[in-house]
Design a protein around this ligand. Sequence first.
Ligand code: ZN
Length: 143
Amino acid sequence: MEFEQFEEKRTFVVRLETGEEWRQTIEEFADKKEIDAAWYNGLGAVKDAEIYFYDQTEKEYMSIEFDEPFEVAASLGNISWLDKERFAHTHALLTRDDGTTVGGHLNRATVFAGELFIKELDGKISREHDKTTDLDVWSNYIK
Ligand code: ZN
């Protein structure tokens, strides 16, 4: 384990618009507001979704695509830097009209409606490739 301590800075209330792409919109907002480290939570509804499942043996993401409407029962994630760009790491629990759920690493979803709280931290977090997991994990913290 490693850690760094941050203080909270700005809090943003963001309403996503119909047709926007969930993760991309968060990244564009982070660029616009120059957010270098943040966490978010949100809820809403989407028209479709692409979930990634990380196969820990193969060390590869498997894409699962859904072309159906979902309630976003909960979404959470964070903003940090990856390969010199701001990257939004987004997860979601999505529900159908019969109450069944799918969830995981949300790569892409078309927004129907969305409400987010984005909480900025007073520094910058960057990701680097990790040999053990083959994932891009938090590794640099600038205060
Ligand atoms: Zn993830």
